[in-house]
Design a protein around this ligand. Structure first.
Ligand SMILES: [Zn+2]
Length: 53
């Protein structure tokens, strides 16, 4: 079960980014280096996470 959820979540996260404010079902529009929710206007910048502190 956990494997299915993990794979499913990873796939959705790669193709679309769900708005954390509106919840799953509300996908954010992808821009050059950020994603913007068309429903509430939440903006999320795409930052590289490679564990470099
Ligand atoms: Zn939203």
């Amino acid at each position: 079960m956990s494997k299915y959820m993990k794979v499913s979540g990873d796939t959705i996260d790669r193709l679309y980014t769900a708005c954390p404010e509106c919840g799953p079902g509300f996908f954010m529009g992808k821009h050059k280096n950020r994603s913007v929710c068309g429903n509430c206007g939440y903006t999320e910048f795409n930052q590289k996470k490679k564990g470099k502190k």
